[in-house]
Write a protein that binds this ligand. Structure first.
Ligand SMILES: [Zn+2]
Length: 75
């Protein structure tokens, strides 16, 4: 299963979802197929640039330990 970023079509690893009633935006690890209309697949770059509308809350629920970043921390 491969999802692609809605912004740039790169392979996506993150899913963004939101709820108007809660005025909340969530970022999660992409672990299951995205349901069209309720969530959007995004690549690392675009999820990182995401800014919620004024008055909304962005909740990053992604797993803390990310191999991609760990590999950059070379002593
Ligand atoms: Zn992207």
């Amino acid at each position: 299963m491969t999802e692609f970023c809605v912004r740039c079509s790169a392979p996506a690893g993150i899913v963004m979802s939101f709820a108007y009633v809660d005025r909340a935006v969530w970022l999660d690890d992409l672990v299951e197929p995205v349901v069209p209309g309720s969530a959007y697949a995004m690549c690392e770059k675009h999820a990182g640039r995401l800014t919620p509308p004024v008055g909304w809350t962005l909740v990053d629920r992604r797993t803390a330990a990310r191999p991609l970043f760990a590999s950059l921390e070379v002593a």
